[in-house]
Design a protein around this ligand. Structure first.
Ligand code: SAH
Ligand code: MG
Length: 194
């Protein structure tokens, strides 16, 4: 099991797939345990690492997870089989902004294209149960959020950083949620529905 996890991590590093950092995933697992979370919606499966790890938190946890990249989706299927989690992890191969869901989830974990955070949040918040939590990864965007914009030479990168800053403000000003942004891993936002 430990070996299988390590081989998923190695595949991710070798193929430049940005899976959650240890600190972040450990926080997430504890959060799931402490808040008795059972049903999770994840946006951004990649190769299934975080979905598999979240299932480790408790045997009653189940995850619906969305991925738009075919190669990663296929790799996620393989990994989920390896862990015999086919019954507990339901993969959706599509762009999240095309997906409509009707179920309610205890936790929504947003870890997809960073420029889409706000659109994804607004698309799926109706699927969050009363007092549920939306967690967003990469709020620090590799520390670039704290960098002077003048020092970010790529225009694309600068725009992305601005988008994440806007999303931070959107969360902080959203009166329907109590948001806390933690400097854990690459920065995670915990937004609890009031
Ligand atoms: N949660 C994973 C890492 C996800 S990396 C882990 O920690 O193990 C982000 C993934 O989101 C990428 O694989 C990318 O293809 C996917 N993604 C980005 N935007 C998306 C969208 N709009 N819909 C579906 N998947 C998306
Ligand atoms: Mg991430």
């Amino acid at each position: 099991m430990e070996d299988d996890i390590n081989s998923i991590k190695e595949y991710a590093y070798a193929n430049n797939i940005p899976i959650m950092q240890d600190e972040g995933i450990n926080y997430l697992i504890n959060y799931i345990k402490e808040n008795n979370i059972k049903n999770i919606l994840e946006i951004g499966t990649a190769i299934g690492y975080s979905a598999i790890m979240m299932c480790m938190a408790d045997k009653d946890v189940s995850v619906v997870t969305i991925e738009r990249d075919e190669k990663r989706y296929l790799e996620a299927i393989k990994n989920i089989k390896k862990f015999k989690l086919e019954e507990r992890i339901h993969l959706i191969y599509n762009d999240a902004l095309e997906v409509k869901l009707n179920n309610q989830y205890d936790l929504i974990f947003i870890d997809a294209a960073k420029a889409q955070n706000k659109n994804i949040f607004e698309r799926f918040e109706k699927n969050l149960r009363e007092s549920g939590t939306i967690i967003t990864d990469n709020m620090n965007f590799h520390g670039l959020i704290f960098e002077d914009e003048k020092n970010i030479t790529s225009r694309n990168l600068r725009q992305l950083v601005r988008k994440i800053k806007d999303y931070r403000i959107f969360l902080e000003n959203n009166v329907y949620y109590e948001t806390e942004i933690l400097n854990i891993g690459d920065g995670i936002a915990i937004s609890i529905k009031k």
